[in-house]
Design a protein around this ligand. Structure first.
Ligand code: SF4
Length: 343
């Protein structure tokens, strides 16, 4: 569990963000109206300075698309992104260039993101040159300093990416993300390509850097063990929407949405007699091209009620900072009449 103190200053606010992708008619047989993939469909959250918010959910739930919208690698369809109070949703190219210093990404596969023809020193120096960071004569020393921050000796600046192990390459990816002294890092599955022992080293490195530099992280991960170890709060996504949000320990101890409960039940158990179902749910997630009406989760939900097929559940507050979108949490007298609350 993450026990750091988190600053109260708001760094990032995302308000009703949507990212819809039009699908070419020829992929749908050429007829009918144009369809949209609703990859992100009305997501709101905030992130404080020094905090880590984890986005979790099955593959295709929209978490990586959401991360890329915040980095402005994708143009949002609707909604608002505020960074340090400034609306950056449609920031022009000149402003984006400056914002990219402040918001960086760590990729899942550092090998794919590191130019194989450049030495590690050249890779780390490139952003310093592009952004004219510090006096030119000092940039070699700045590269050495970056390597040192991520636990790599100066000699690695003369090596190429293919000469490094997976863990060393991810350290270089982290050093590259740190080069311009960002405030927010979107970490997209930062350790999922690494061996277990190396995962722990990289997570500890990220935690130390967060402590030292007051970084905020948006952690995108399907690994709930990593999420529990590293994040302060968790947002659970399903078909482009956040269905539950809570402080990390609260979510793991008291999950209230049936989808969150199923995700947690799928965490591997050390005792084989307690081994859980990979994901104890019926069927695959529906297509975001044609999501079910009402609660998107209803075709797979063991508690689905008639109202779930027609109405989308609002957010119900469960505890401080904890909400879930599920009619099971509706405490109003009308709830029983509307579809019944299982006893
Ligand atoms: Fe299940 Fe209904 Fe809750 Fe959706 S709103 S998670 S279908 S009980």
């Amino acid at each position: 569990m993450n026990t750091r103190a988190v600053n109260s200053e708001m760094l990032l606010e995302v308000l009703d963000l949507r990212k819809h992708f039009p699908v070419a008619r020829r992929l749908l047989g050429g007829a009918g109206s144009r369809k949209m993939v609703r990859a992100v469909d009305g997501v709101s959250f905030s992130l404080r300075r020094g905090e880590t918010l984890a986005l979790v959910g099955e593959s295709g739930c929209g978490k990586s698309t959401l991360g890329r919208c915040i980095l402005r690698l994708l143009e949002p369809t609707q909604g608002e992104i505020r960074f340090r109070g400034e609306d950056i949703t449609h920031a022009p190219a000149g402003r984006l260039r400056e914002l990219r210093r402040r918001i960086q990404i760590i990729f899942q596969d550092p090998y794919a993101s590191l130019n194989p023809r450049m030495t590690i020193g050249q890779i780390l120096r490139e952003p310093l040159d592009i952004y004219n960071e510090g006096p030119s004569a000092q940039r070699s020393r700045m590269v050495t300093d970056l390597l040192s921050r991520v636990g790599l000796a100066p000699r690695y600046s003369h090596t190429y990416p293919h000469q490094l192990s997976g863990g060393q390459r991810q350290r270089v990816g982290i050093a590259a993300a740190l080069a311009l002294e960002p405030e927010l890092i979107v970490a997209d599955e930062p350790v999922s390509a690494l061996d277990l022992s190396v995962q722990a080293q990289i997570l500890n490195l990220l935690a130390r850097l967060q402590q030292e530099y007051g970084l905020s992280f948006l952690l995108i991960s399907h690994d709930l063990g990593v999420v529990r170890h590293f994040s302060d709060r968790v947002a659970v996504m399903y078909l482009g929407r956040i269905v539950e949000m809570a402080p990390t320990e609260e979510l793991f101890v008291n999950p209230r949405h049936p989808y969150t409960q199923a995700l947690l039940a799928s965490i591997p158990q050390p005792d084989p007699r307690l081994r859980a179902d990979p994901l104890p749910l019926a069927g695959e997630p529906p297509s975001p091209l044609d999501p079910p009406a009402g609660c998107h989760f209803h075709p797979r939900c063991p508690h689905a009620m008639p109202r779930c097929r027609e109405h989308s559940p609002p957010h119900y507050d469960v505890a401080a900072g904890h909400y879930a979108s599920c009619f099971l949490l509706d405490q109003t007298p009308a709830a029983a009449a509307a579809g019944g609350i299982p006893g």
